[in-house]
Ligand binder design. Structure first.
Ligand SMILES: Cc1cc2nc3c(=O)[nH]c(=O)nc-3n(C[C@H](O)[C@H](O)[C@H](O)COP(=O)(O)O)c2cc1C
Length: 376
């Protein structure tokens, strides 16, 4: 019997060879939304990682929907051509399934790259833009004050998500996911902490869900019926007055009826002052509850640091897939080592066949002893 983590999983017509997913991770390295050599290297490495699915980073559906000025985008022909080159290269070197996360940053946009110091571009910076959100409430003191989105802009935003999905389909991406979490635009609409609107897009949960659900419907209609479409949603805002698990289950049920194939359940990111109980696997119970109560496949994420934690989450039915983020940046061969740890045999790229542990790794103690004896 293979370990649960290494069993295949099917979403619509897409066969995933195992349950391990590379979590979407912004690289902040694109140029006006266009992928470049870094993406070639980064995604190329992950394309031979043996992960069941590699999620491409949060990809802006509009230029003003970027988080930082280095965010990847799919709003223009140039963006599409640049990402197409990367996808083609990934297909030539590896066989990993590739998914994309479609996103709009909402009030957390117009930022520097994380390593540039300072969070936001000064308003006079030539690449700064005015961030937009359901209500004019800043993410942090001193941060840019968002412009409240006008009623007549909403159709354009919905169409931008759909247009980016069509572009992603054209360049052969296998799966798409709508980003509704981490304090970005759709989460801004969902959370009462950031949505103070008094029109039909604010107030009750039904109203706050209206834009995310419209976006999901539009993307589902634009995305081929055979290809899976999911979403990343919030299990909790970790703050009184914010989104709760009950809200997550409601949203999950609504998304399910609109053809959603899976949900990645994450949390936080909406306000700075939330206190989050970080610990290995700490968000897996959120995925478990959505899976159980909404009856939809889930993907767990968050400090899934070791193969045995990942395997237990799937084996115990908390989630159908696990997303691993920093673990893959630290070690793009995470799956190879998970297979070794769990006693699974996986295929290697032929060029790397000789790196199988049984072929080259030997106990190090005798060598250390020999070096000691030889001395200088
Ligand atoms: C460098 C970096 C970039 C990230 N970018 C994204 C992103 O584009 N979209 C997203 O939903 N989450 C993003 N995240 C969050 C990860 O997908 C993941 O949810 C989080 O890192 C927790 O998983 P981990 O403990 O395995 O790293 C990012 C995290 C990191 C470390």
């Amino acid at each position: 019997m293979p370990n649960a983590l290494f069993t295949p999983f099917k979403l619509r017509e897409l066969d995933l060879p195992n349950r391990i997913v590379v979590s979407p991770m912004c690289q902040h390295t694109a140029e006006d939304g266009c992928a470049n050599d870094w993406h070639m290297l980064h995604l190329g490495t992950l394309a031979v990682s043996n992960a069941g699915l590699v999620m491409i980073e949060s990809t802006a559906v509009e230029r003003d929907g970027r988080i930082s000025r280095g965010c990847l985008g799919l709003w223009s022909d140039e963006n599409e051509e640049a990402l197409d080159r990367v996808i083609r290269s990934c297909r030539r070197v590896g066989n990993t399934r590739l998914g994309i996360q479609l996103s709009h940053s909402g009030r957390k946009g117009s930022s520097h790259r994380p390593w540039e110091g300072g969070r936001y571009l000064a308003p006079e910076h030539d690449e700064a833009w005015t961030v937009a959100a359901p209500s004019a409430l800043p993410f942090e003191d001193g941060g840019p004050l968002p412009r409240a989105i006008a009623r007549d802009e909403i159709d354009r935003i919905v169409e931008s998500f759909a247009a980016s999905a069509r572009r992603a389909d054209r360049i052969g991406i296998d799966l798409a996911e709508v980003h509704m979490a981490h304090g970005y635009l759709l989460h801004n609409f969902l959370s009462p902490l950031t949505n103070r609107r008094d029109d039909e897009y604010g107030g009750s949960l039904d109203n706050r869900m209206r834009l995310p659900l419209r976006v999901f419907e539009a993307v589902r209609a634009a995305w081929p019926a055979g290809k899976p479409l999911g979403a990343r949603i919030t299990g909790t805002d970790w703050l009184e007055g914010g989104l709760t698990m009950e809200d997550a289950v409601r949203l999950a049920s609504e998304l399910k009826t609109r053809g959603c194939d899976y949900l990645c359940v994450t949390s936080g990111g909406i306000v700075q002052k939330a206190s989050i109980p970080y610990a290995p696997g700490y968000m897996a119970p959120l995925a478990a509850r959505v899976r159980r109560e909404a009856g939809i496949p889930t993907r767990a994420v968050g400090y899934i640091t070791t193969p045995d934690i990942a395997n237990a989450i799937v084996a115990e039915g908390q989630a159908d897939m696990v997303a691993i983020g920093r673990g893959f940046l630290d070690n793009p061969r995470w799956v190879w080592h998970a297979a070794e740890a769990l006693g699974e045999t996986i295929s290697y790229p032929p060029q790397y066949e000789k790196t199988r542990p049984a072929v080259w790794r030997r106990p190090s103690a005798p060598a250390v002893e020999a070096i000691r004896k030889t001395g200088t």
